[in-house]
Every structure is written in structure tokens, then in C-alpha cells.
Design a protein around this ligand. Structure first.
Ligand SMILES: Cc1ncc(COP(=O)(O)O)c(C=O)c1O
Length: 378
């Protein structure tokens, strides 16, 4: 039997009280009892998103909510901007292309953030742009984008701003209304401390106007059906009942702690993790001034394969961190510090990283990273 430590940037560990609430006998979804859980989840998600806009729940992982945004806002042949900083920004492009939406892509070098001026230039030159799609915290590179400035630019135009905050929400500051985000998308399995399987979207008045004109095909992901059902305290189809009950509990925990304290705590863990990595003689992958606070991307030294590091940490020590994706495969590892992950989990992960990189032949002074964590987080 091996003890298991989960520090991947999704899924993340689930608090025992959330797991226990999910283990309750299954409720039927057309009952007052379930309806109460559901509407409270929707209301509490408004707090987490910091919005007064409509919040809709989708029974799918985060990508489903991303796809629902494309099909509910757009029509065949519409033009959009995708400002991509990595693998998940690229996902917006792939979804749009699947529906024959014309993409003006801003392809940012991985490890750097979007320059909001690049978005402004395209919007100034092309008044046909219907939507701007981008990412809050780009999980593949560890970069955070300046959504506040992007929001100022996009809100002054006819286009709507659609932001993927699947890994950022309830981890790093995100203010849907104040930053003028028309549609924000998130998933249950990261900062929200639940198992994968639920996602949420916020929809502004400006976005609803586009929904009225949208002609892309949709059935299961139809936002109008979802909105009508929320008003009746139910969902259009059978929801993931147990996950909703678990989410209800997780949101209670978040509200009890307050979202501001969660942002502050994640920032503290993030600063300590970066300092630990540097004191081990390793480098961060992304520019530090735009590194997000929900995960730390660590560049592997010459001759060390990041995929192997991840494998040995998991198989020998039961510590799960993530490797690099796509062109970063083998080159980086990613350590999450969001949701239910705490300072001692981080000490375990950094300790495992020190041991495993040494085992693989690159000299790191044992204790050089953990000492910094103990000093900064103790
Ligand atoms: C920023 C971001 N966007 C999109 C996704 C995709 O979400 P899912 O795997 O829940 O479909 C992820 C998941 O890792 C993510 O971190």
C-alpha cells in the first residue's frame, strides 16, 4: 500500500468532507431537495466568479464548457480573435475551427503572456470580430494573462470577451464583472476542490445578445435551455447529482475561508515554491513577472527528462506532479499549489523532486529546496 500525494494542476485533491457528501444516497434530480442544492451551487459560484451575471452549469469537463461558449455565441463564418499562450489557448482555436469559425490568432511565445495591444490592433482594424477568446492562467506554461487590461480593450468594442479560467478560478484573483469579462469558463477539478465532471460558465447581457443571433448547431450545450431550467431550479438533462452535492460542500468551504484569503494563500505558496526551485539551482520556465500563482513550471536541467522525473516520483514515491505538454514534453515539470493542496504537500513534492533529480544523475543539494519552504511557510 502506497500513500498518494496529488499535486497535478488538475485534478487536485478533494477534501474529505466533500468526498463524504458525495457518498450520500443519490437524490432524484427533479426534487425540491436537489433543486435547493443546485440553486445554492449556482448562487455560490457567482461569489467565486465575482459576478452578478447568469451562471450556468454544464455536465462535462472544462472543455465542454469551452465548446458551449463557441456554439452559443457564434454562427458559421463568424470572425474571432484567439489570443493563445499555450496548449489551452490553442484549444480555443481548435474548437472554433471545428465549427468553421474564422480565427485571427495571436500566437504568443510559450512562457510569455499576451500583449493586450495586439488584441487592440486587430479589433481596431477589423470591426467584424464577434468574440475574443483567451486564457486566464495557461496551465501548460504557468503564465497568467492580464485579463483586466484585455477587458478594458474588448468592452469598448462590439466583441465579447470569453476567458478560460479553468485552472485559475478560486486560485488566482479573477473579477468577472469588474474586469468586464462577458463569458468566463471553469471546471470542477482544480481550485474548486471537486472531482472532474462539472463545469460552469458566466454569461453577460452583451453575450446574451450574441446568443440570440447564434446559429451554430447545439442541443445538449444549449445555454437558453440551461437558463430556463435554472429559473425552475433544475437542469435540462440528468445532472451529475453526486458531483453537485460535493460542489455544494466545496463552495461552503470556499465561502467560509473567503476568496480573498484563498488568493493570498496561493500566492504565498507560489512565491515559496519559486524560491525553493531557484535555491535548488533550477530555473522557472515562464517569465517570473507573469508566472501564475496556481502552479509552478520548472525547467529541467540539461540531460534530465521531465517525463522520467514525473514517472519516478509517482511510481517510487506516490507523488504525482505533471510533466510538460506538447512541445514542452520532457522539458518541464509542473507542480500545482491550488485548491486543497497545502504547504506540507508542497514540502513533500519539493523533497521528492530533490531526491529524484539526484537519482537521475543531476546534483542537487538535498534539503536546499525544502529548507526554503520551511523558512517561508513555517
Ligand atoms: C487552462 C485550462 N483550460 C482548459 C482545460 C481543459 O479542461 P478539461 O480537461 O476539464 O476539459 C484545462 C485542463 O487542464 C486547463 O487547465
Amino acid at each position: 500500500m502506497k500513500k498518494y500525494f496529488l499535486l497535478t494542476p488538475g485534478p487536485t485533491p478533494v477534501p474529505p468532507s466533500v468526498s463524504l457528501s458525495e457518498a450520500q444516497p443519490i437524490l432524484h434530480h427533479r426534487t425540491t431537495e436537489f433543486g435547493k442544492y443546485f440553486v445554492e451551487v449556482i448562487e455560490n459560484m457567482k461569489y467565486v466568479f465575482q459576478t452578478k451575471n447568469d451562471v450556468l452549469m454544464v455536465t462535462s469537463s472544462g472543455t465542454g464548457a469551452m465548446e458551449s461558449s463557441v456554439v452559443n455565441l457564434l454562427s458559421d463564418g463568424d470572425e474571432v480573435i484567439v489570443a493563445s499562450t499555450g496548449n489551452f489557448g490553442d484549444r480555443w482555436e481548435k474548437i472554433c475551427q471545428s465549427y468553421k469559425v474564422k480565427v485571427n490568432k495571436i500566437d504568443v511565445e510559450w512562457g510569455k503572456s499576451v500583449n493586450p495591444k495586439d488584441i487592440k490592433n486587430i479589433l481596431d482594424a477589423n470591426k467584424n470580430i464577434k468574440a475574443v477568446f483567451t486564457t486566464h492562467t495557461e496551465t501548460s506554461t504557468g503564465v497568467v494573462n492580464d485579463i483586466e487590461t484585455i477587458g478594458k480593450i474588448v468592452s469598448a468594442t462590439q466583441a465579447v470577451l470569453v476567458v478560460d479560467t479553468i485552472s485559475g478560478l478560486s486560485g488566482q484573483k479573477f473579477l468577472t464583472d469588474e474586469w468586464k469579462v462577458d463569458v468566463a469558463v471553469t471546471g470542477s477539478q482544480k481550485g474548486l476542490m471537486c472531482p472532474p465532471g462539472l463545469s460552469f460558465v458566466t454569461v453577460s447581457e452583451k453575450a446574451w445578445q450574441l446568443v440570440e443571433k447564434s446559429q451554430l448547431p447545439k442541443f445538449y450545450f444549449d445555454w437558453k435551455k440551461m437558463k430556463k431550467s435554472v429559473a425552475n431550479k433544475e437542469t435540462p438533462f440528468t445532472p451529475a447529482v453526486s458531483l453537485v452535492v460535493g460542489m455544494h460542500k466545496a463552495l461552503e468551504l470556499i465561502k467560509e475561508k473567503t476568496i480573498e484569503k484563498i488568493w493570498a494563500e496561493n500566492e504565498k505558496l507560489s512565491l515559496a515554491c519559486r524560491a525553493a526551485v531557484k535555491s535548488m539551482g533550477l530555473k522557472l520556465f515562464s517569465d517570473e513577472n507573469v508566472t501564475c500563482t496556481v502552479l509552478t513550471p520548472v525547467l529541467m536541467p540539461e540531460g534530465i527528462d521531465g517525463q522520467k522525473v514525473v514517472k519516478v516520483m509517482r511510481e517510487e514515491f506516490g507523488i504525482s506532479i505533471a510533466g510538460g505538454q506538447d512541445k514542452l514534453k520532457g522539458k518541464i515539470v509542473r507542480i500545482a499549489h491550488m485548491g486543497y493542496i497545502d504547504r506540507f504537500d508542497l514540502i513533500v513534492a519539493i523533497s521528492g523532486l530533490e531526491i529524484v533529480i539526484n537519482k537521475l544523475g543531476y546534483k542537487i543539494e538535498l534539503g536546499s529546496g525544502t529548507k526554503v519552504l520551511e523558512e517561508m511557510l513555517g
